[in-house]
Design a protein around this ligand. Structure first.
Ligand SMILES: Nc1ncnc2c1ncn2[C@@H]1O[C@H](COP(=O)(O)OP(=O)(O)OP(=O)(O)O)[C@@H](O)[C@H]1O
Length: 516
C-alpha cells in the first residue's frame, strides 16, 4: 500500500506543473481568472490535507471588564522581539508589505517599535513555530476591536499556554515592576557593583541607580502621630496641587527640613515619602569639592517627580571653610539653587535636607519660606514603642511589661533605632520585652552615673572641670591608656557603654592628682 509520503511524491510533480502553468504570466493572460483561482485553491486544499493542522488562539485587547493583561504582555513582547530580531522575524503577508512601525513621544528616551496590522511575526519556542498577527475587526458597537492571532501546529496547545504565554506574561510583570520601582540615584562616576548607570550627555553628569528596596512606609514609622498625619496631608496636597500651584503662581515644588538625633528615622522617613509618592530619590552628597556650576548641572540632570536629598547638611557642607579656602561651591550657590533655578525649573520636585543639629545650621538656610516644612524626629515615645512592638512582635493589644516600659521611657532618651535593635533580638515576645526592660534600666542607671560624675566634677573646690577637657587631659598625659579610654567612654554624650561598677570617684581623684 502507498504511504502518504509516497503518494505525495508521486503526485507532486503533476500538481506542481499545473500550478506553475496556472501562475505563469502566459497562462495568467489567457486563462479566465475564475479558472486559475479555482485551480490554485484546490491545490492549496489538497496540500493542506497532508500538512499538520494549525491551532489559532485569539488574544483580544479588552477583557470582559478591563483590559486584557495577556494582550498587553504580548504587545510588549512583540516589541522586544522585533527590536532584537533578525530579519527573518517579519514575514510579509501576501497582501501587505513587510515592516513595522516606529514612534517616539516627546519625553521618551527611545523610539518604540510596533507590529503593523496583518503583518506576520514569526517566533520560535522550543521546536514550535509561532505565528503572530495583529488584527482588527469591526466591533458590535461603532468602533473596531483589536486582537492578536497566534497560530501554531496542533498538539502544542499545552506548551503554548502553560509555558510560552505564561513566560511572556511573567516577563511583562517583571518589566512592569522594574519600571514602577522607586529608584535611588547616587551621583558618582565611580559607583561600582550592580548599579545601573545613567548619563546626561548634555551636562556630562553621571548617575548610578538601584531600585529603592527600603521597606519604610508611614504606617511603619514611629513618629509623632499628629506630625505624621500633617506630613501625609501635605504630600497629598502637593501631589494633587497642580491647579492650586498654577492658580497662586507658585512653582510645583516643596522643601522639607528633617531634623533630630541620629537614629530617629530621618532617612527612613525619606524612603517612606518616596514609596508613598512613587518618586525617585536623588541622593546628593555635598562633601565633594565641586563648583556652583556643577551644582547647577547636577540639578538640571534630575527628573520630574523626584526627591532631591541632601543629608547631614550641617556636616557635609562646611560652607564657611569652603568659602575661605576658595572652593567655588558656596552656601549662596546652594541657596541660589533652592530659590532660583530649582524653584523655577521642572515640576513635582521635592527637596529634603536632614540634620542632626538644627542649631548649627546657617540661619540663611532656616529663613522662613526657604524650607516649607520643618519636621522634628525625636526620641521614642510610648506610642512610638507600641507601633514598633506591633511591627516587630505583632503585639496588637497590651502586654504586662508595658507599664514598666512606659515608666522607664519617661526618664531616658532612647532612639527608635535603639528600640528596633532590641526588638529584633531573638526569643519569644516575653523574652524580647524582658530584654528591652533590662536595656532601659541600664540606660537609666548610666544616666544616673553620668549625673553623679558631673556633680562630682562640679562640686570640687575651685576646680571648674570641663568634662571634655578632662578626657583630653587624660589622653594627653597618656595616663594609663586603658583608664583614659574607659574615662572617654564614661563621658560619652549618650553614656551608652558605662559599666555600673566603674570606679568613677577613683578616676576623678586620679585626674585631680595629675592635674595638681
Ligand atoms: N522613627 C522610626 N520608626 C521606625 N523605625 C525606625 C525609626 N527610626 C529609626 N528606625 C530604625 O532604625 C534604622 C536607622 O534609622 P534611620 O537611618 O532612618 O535614622 P536617621 O535619623 O536617618 O539616622 P542618621 O541621622 O544617623 O542618618 C532604620 O532602618 C529603622 O529600622
Amino acid at each position: 500500500m502507498f504511504s502518504i509520503m509516497e503518494m505525495l511524491k508521486t503526485l507532486a510533480p503533476y500538481f506542481t506543473a499545473a500550478v506553475v502553468i496556472v501562475l505563469s504570466p502566459f497562462a495568467k493572460e489567457r486563462m479566465p481568472y475564475e479558472v486559475s483561482r479555482y485551480l490554485v485553491s484546490t491545490f492549496k486544499k489538497w496540500l493542506a490535507r497532508f500538512s499538520t493542522p494549525q491551532v489559532t488562539i485569539v488574544i483580544e485587547e479588552k477583557g470582559d471588564l478591563t483590559s486584557n493583561q495577556i494582550y498587553k504582555a504580548a504587545k510588549a513582547y512583540l516589541r522586544t522581539l522585533i527590536r532584537d530580531s533578525t530579519k527573518q522575524t517579519l514575514i510579509c503577508d501576501s497582501t501587505k508589505p513587510r515592516g513595522f512601525k516606529v514612534s517616539k513621544e516627546d519625553r521618551q528616551k527611545e523610539s518604540i517599535i510596533d507590529v503593523i496590522k496583518d503583518v506576520q511575526v514569526i517566533d520560535n519556542f522550543r521546536e514550535i513555530t509561532l505565528k503572530w498577527k495583529l488584527r482588527t475587526e469591526k466591533d458590535e458597537g461603532p468602533g473596531f476591536k483589536k486582537y492578536f492571532q497566534l497560530s501554531f501546529d496542533e498538539g502544542y496547545e499545552k506548551d503554548v499556554l502553560e509555558s510560552y504565554l505564561a513566560d511572556i506574561v511573567d516577563r511583562y510583570e517583571r518589566i512592569q515592576n522594574e519600571e514602577n520601582a522607586v529608584k535611588i540615584y547616587i551621583r558618582n562616576e565611580k559607583v561600582r557593583g550592580s548599579v545601573h548607570r545613567e548619563h546626561d550627555p548634555d551636562r556630562n553628569i553621571h548617575w548610578g541607580y538601584v531600585n529603592l528596596e527600603h521597606p519604610a512606609t508611614f504606617e511603619k514609622l514611629a513618629m509623632d502621630p499628629v506630625q505624621k498625619e500633617m506630613l501625609k496631608d501635605d504630600l497629598d496636597r502637593f501631589l494633587e496641587g497642580k491647579d492650586l500651584y498654577e492658580k497662586v503662581g507658585k512653582t510645583w515644588k516643596r522643601g522639607y527640613l528633617l531634623y533630630g538625633p541620629p537614629g530617629t528615622g530621618k532617612t527612613s522617613l525619606i524612603a517612606a515619602m518616596a514609596n508613598y509618592l512613587k518618586f525617585n530619590i536623588y541622593d546628593l552628597n555635598l562633601s565633594g569639592t565641586f563648583s556652583n556650576e556643577d551644582l547647577r548641572s547636577i540639578l538640571l540632570s534630575t527628573t520630574n517627580r523626584s526627591i532631591l536629598v541632601i543629608e547631614d547638611i550641617d556636616c557635609s557642607t562646611n560652607f564657611k571653610a569652603k568659602e575661605k579656602k576658595n572652593y567655588s561651591f558656596t552656601l549662596s550657590g546652594l541657596l541660589n539653587m533652592i530659590d532660583g533655578l530649582w524653584s523655577s525649573w521642572g515640576d513635582q520636585r521635592i527637596i529634603v535636607f536632614t540634620t542632626n543639629h538644627k542649631d548649627r545650621l546657617d540661619p540663611a538656610l532656616l529663613r522662613p519660606g526657604r524650607m516649607d516644612l520643618h519636621v522634628h524626629m525625636s526620641y521614642c515615645t510610648m506610642d512610638g514603642f507600641k507601633l514598633l512592638a506591633s511591627n516587630y512582635l505583632n503585639i496588637e493589644a497590651d502586654h504586662q511589661l508595658y507599664r514598666q516600659i512606659e515608666g522607664l521611657l519617661e526618664n531616658v532618651e532612647v532612639t527608635p533605632a535603639e528600640m528596633a535593635g532590641e526588638l529584633l533580638k531573638s526569643g519569644g515576645t516575653d523574652v524580647v520585652l524582658g530584654g528591652l526592660v533590662k536595656f532601659l534600666e541600664q540606660k537609666t542607671l548610666q544616666k544616673a552615673k553620668a549625673a553623679e560624675l558631673n556633680e562630682l566634677l562640679k562640686s570640687d573646690d575651685n576646680t571648674d572641670v570641663d568634662v571634655i577637657e578632662f578626657v583630653k587631659f587624660l589622653k594627653k598625659e597618656k595616663l594609663k591608656n586603658a583608664k583614659a579610654a574607659k574615662a572617654e567612654q564614661l563621658l560619652k554624650i549618650d553614656h551608652t557603654y558605662v559599666d555600673v561598677d566603674d570606679d568613677v570617684e577613683g578616676l576623678v581623684k586620679l585626674f585631680k592628682q595629675k592635674k595638681t
